[in-house]
Design a protein around this ligand. Structure first.
Ligand code: HSE
Length: 310
């Protein structure tokens, strides 16, 4: 039996504008890496965390990678001990699915160590449990695309019903991460718990149209559907210059633009790399005018999801 494994899990764009808590989309990079070695201590421990500037919990029961491994071992009835090394490549509090990527890489690595007793679908609840520790809610819209790749739709959490939606081959994703931090827990607390019926109508029309646009490979329809009248108006207040940035990105070639997950990262979907580069640059320039440094990540949709590195 193997005693050591390392896995990679990619960053994700949760919500994808209209699909709050239901849509998520995986990108190629960056992603977190988790290395696990088994031992006979009977307990799960964090051995080391790199890239977090000492900010993440070393207590495995409070760390998303640790929680995912603990839940996995409980579920398969194994009393093994494990040591976890987390290579944190995603910025914390960025809205790029940072907590999810650590949990997903951890479950993929531990499942590999036991010769894959569980399917990817069966691994999902362990990573969701880790999200509950990190963000106060066991949402699956980051963990599902990070695990499976592509665009995923969470139809229900209970019972868990995850649907993979095909995406056009030349659909590109841009993420621009300004160097400010928004905690998911806080960004969920600013949300109202009820919405007017007319906003509900707009929102479910756009979620359905986005799926249709993806399946018909209709880029213009994808762009028209990237509209969020429910969550974005409240969260936009947490991101300096959001409305201006968004309209500039769209005039620079993006099909649509919104907040990635709970922010502050801004995402665009585009047709092709040239549009993605132009849109990303326009967003970065806007942040620069406000003296905010930012990083850009551009890729096609990642259709593969998490994988074993060695
Ligand atoms: N759907 C979640 C939210 C994702 O927007 O709060 C968090 O990244």
């Amino acid at each position: 039996m193997k005693t050591k494994a390392k896995a990679f899990a990619p960053a994700t764009i949760a919500n994808v504008s209209c699909g709050f808590d239901v849509f998520g989309l995986a990108i190629d990079a960056p992603g977190d890496e988790v290395e696990i070695s088994l031992n006979d201590s009977g307990s799960v421990r964090m051995k080391a965390i790199f890239g977090d500037e000492g900010r993440l919990p070393m207590d495995a029961s409070q760390n998303t990678a640790g929680v995912a491994v603990i839940e996995f071992l409980k579920s398969i009835g194994k009393n093994s001990g494990a040591q976890i090394t987390l290579h944190k490549k995603l910025p914390l509090g960025s809205g790029m699915g940072s907590s999810a990527a650590s949990a997903v890489a951890a479950v993929v690595a531990i499942n590999h160590l036991f010769d894959e007793p569980l399917s990817r679908e069966q691994l999902l609840p362990f990573a969701m449990e880790a999200e509950r520790i990190a963000c106060g809610s066991a949402h699956a819209d980051n963990v599902a695309p990070s695990l499976f790749g592509g665009l995923t739709l969470i139809r229900t959490n209970n019972p868990l019903d995850v649907i993979s939606i095909p995406t056009p081959d030349d659909l590109t994703c841009v993420l621009v991460h300004p160097h400010i931090e928004v905690k998911t827990r806080d960004a969920r607390q600013v949300l109202k718990q009820t919405i007017p019926l007319k906003d509900g109508i707009t929102q479910w029309a756009n979620t359905a149209a986005l799926v249709a646009g993806m399946m018909k490979q209709d880029y213009a329809l994808i762009g028209r559907s990237l509209v969020d009248v429910v969550v974005e108006p409240m969260r936009a207040l947490l991101i300096p210059g959001f409305d201006r940035i968004k309209s500039k990105a769209i005039t620079s070639g993006a099909l649509g633009c919104g907040i990635s997950g709970s922010g502050p990262t801004i995402f665009c979907l585009c047709e092709g790399m040239a549009n993605a580069n132009r849109a990303g640059k326009s967003i970065q320039e806007e942040f620069e005018t406000m003296n905010l440094r930012s990083e850009i990540f551009i890729s096609h949709v990642n259709k593969k999801g998490a994988y074993i590195i060695d």
